[in-house]
Write a protein that binds this ligand. Structure first.
Ligand code: ADP
Ligand code: ZN
Length: 559
């Protein structure tokens, strides 16, 4: 049995390595650099903990773990102590004397693992310590956790991570292992470049979470839809509901409580002690629903979260994957449920447009948003699309290893699967209808109304014109004289909303902010380059049929 395997069994009490753990561990023990991409819960920690233990046994000294999660360092150190491994952390929670003690211990070789925050690492004082260890040949390994923090395309950019090139430059012979649970191709390339990991072997695990069922529904009344979802599917179970704003968090938590569901709010506007209390209750009790902004999440490790719901759309697929990935860590079935609507598209676009970032950055963010919108509008398997975004073909296994192209080729040779059987679109394949004609009518109405009145209009008014409604506003602007007036009276309002939503999602329509004299502002619709192909009839628009069955059922219930 290999040394690594002995440590796995004796120290950690596990029988077998999982996935590519063994290959990673052996590569790193042998002194190689590695980039590890593994989904949350995949077992990344062992990938550096076991090499740390083995290299310490081989008299090569201490492993330095760089982690941004200060709040979790204590837990990580305690869990090392539990398995009999000497470990400590250095961060801003320690006072002067405690820091001194840790530093002394470090220099005397007392630790197998030392956890540090990135901002601490690049200080003269800490580099001085590393220099001393290095001179003694006692720097065993650098482990860079949450490596996506180095990339501004990731969801959690930390500028200090950029400084981590010092490790490579100053301590060239010391092996490095970088680990992350999120990485699309762009972020991955950025990690390699920024951390100078060009020569590192890449270990890319499958990102599939087979026990998570994906569902994305059209948003009508999000609160009612969410209530129904929880009552029907997850009565008395723990879950997380993500909202965009603090106000919405409060409102929704109230609504759930009134409906008899134990819900707690969590957002950055609550006092720290309240947040702590709510987090503790969520972790300890069995059936709390946490209604939260994205302030709630990083490092939450509750295994039996049975659902993660989004009542507002996140900003990209990485965030969606990361947030939904907090469900079902115990391997049992869990739901990822999202309600998504036209307003979400408009809001997310506006947040990008109004952000202070430069144009290149905004362009990348728009591209990422579009990928998520395409996932939401998809009428085929969500899992296939989700994995494709991370460069993975569903059904081919997913484990990829840059040093074994023959394995990758074998995986690639496996026939990909086009259906997972456990997402909404696979379970109930949606009926689609051809929205191309409706799309052309909407787009030419937007064009003509703008031309006739010299201002742009919002969704409701455009839909009114196309459906031939007789409203004050239509008469006021003389829009009943437009040649497209009433041409779409065969479509329902919700059908036309669906068409507009998809046109926005595929970039065939844009929005523009308009300020009124009274100080209000609202979003209006305007054509863009992408509109042309649809107008000319060169691009078809396929839409999911409105779920008529569901609407009639809810009507029956409400009456
Ligand atoms: P990650 O950091 O990738 O999210 P962790 O390192 O926290 O995941 O591991 C997730 C869980 O899986 C932990 O409870 C860990 O102890 C367990 N685990 C990891 N590797 C193995 C293994 N080879 N056998 C059994 N359990 C494992
Ligand atoms: Zn599917």
């Amino acid at each position: 049995m290999s040394l690594a395997h002995t440590v796995l069994q004796d120290a950690f009490g596990y029988e077998h390595f999982r996935g590519s753990q063994q290959a990673i561990v052996e590569h790193v023990i042998g002194g190689g650099d590695a980039l590890v991409l593994m989904p949350t819960g995949g077992g990344k920690s062992l990938c550096y903990q076991i090499p740390a233990i083995v290299r310490q046994q081989q008299d090569q000294g201490t492993t330095i773990v760089i982690s941004p999660l200060i709040a979790l360092m204590q837990d990580q150190v305690s869990s090392m102590h539990e398995v009999g491994v000497e470990a400590a952390f250095l961060n801003s929670t320690l006072d002067y004397d405690q820091t001194r003690d840790v530093e002394m211990q470090l220099l005397s070789g007392g630790y197998t693992l030392l956890y540090v925050a990135p901002e601490r690492l690049n200080t003269p004082r800490f580099l001085g310590l590393l220099d001393e260890l290095h001179a003694m040949g006692k720097l065993a390994l650098f482990a860079i956790d949450e490596a996506h923090c180095v990339s501004q395309w990731g969801h959690d950019f930390r500028p200090e991570y950029r400084e981590l090139t010092v490790l490579h430059e100053r301590y060239a012979g010391v092996p490095r292992i970088a680990l992350t649970a999120t990485a699309d191709a762009l972020t991955r390339a950025d990690i390699v470049e920024r951390l100078q990991l060009e020569d590192a072997r890449q270990f890319i695990s499958s990102f599939d979470r087979p026990n998570i069922r994906y569902t994305i529904v059209e948003k009508k009344d999000a609160t009612t839809q969410l209530l129904r979802f929880i009552e029907h599917e997850h009565d008395g179970e723990a879950g997380v509901v993500y909202c965009q704003s603090r106000r919405k968090v409060e409102e929704l938590a109230d609504a759930l409580n009134q409906a008899g569901i134990s819900a707690l709010p969590y957002h950055a506007g609550l006092p720290p002690e309240v947040r702590q209390l709510h987090q503790n209750r969520f972790l300890r009790e069995e059936s709390i629903v946490m209604v939260a902004t994205i302030a709630f999440g990083m490092g939450i490790n509750k295994p039996d979260v049975r659902f993660v719901a989004h009542v507002d759309m996140p900003k990209n697929i990485e965030s969606y994957y990361q947030e939904t990935g907090r469900g079902g860590r115990d391997g049992l079935p869990a739901d990822a449920w999202m309600a998504y609507g036209l307003q979400d598209v408009v809001n997310q676009r506006r947040m990008i447009d109004e952000s202070p970032a430069d144009d290149t950055f905004k362009q990348v963010m728009r591209g990422k948003l579009d990928a998520l919108l395409a996932l939401a509008e998809a009428t085929d398997c969500r899992r296939v699309r989700l994995l494709a975004y991370f460069g993975e073909q569903y059904g081919t296994g997913g484990d990829r290893d840059s040093a074994h192209p023959e394995l990758a080729a074998a995986a690639a040779g496996k026939a990909p699967r086009y259906q997972c059987g456990s997402c909404d679109n696979c379970i109930h394949p949606p009926k689609t209808w051809d929205g191309t004609d409706a799309a052309r009518k909407l787009l030419s109405t937007i064009y003509r109304a703008h031309e006739a009145s010299d201002i742009t209009f919002g969704t409701s008014h455009i839909i009114d014109i196309v459906r031939g409604k007789d409203t004050d506003k239509v008469r006021q602007f003389g829009h009943d004289k437009l040649s497209t007036y009433g041409l779409g009276d065969m479509y329902s309002e919700s059908q036309l909303r669906g068409v507009l939503r998809q046109l926005l999602a595929v970039g065939a329509l844009a929005t523009q902010k308009v300020h009124t004299e009274a100080g209000y502002s609202f979003e209006t619709l305007t054509l863009c380059d992408g509109s042309r192909a649809v107008l000319r009839g060169e691009q078809a628009v396929q839409l999911r049929e409105a779920s008529a069955a569901k609407t009639s059922r809810s009507r029956v219930r409400n009456n």
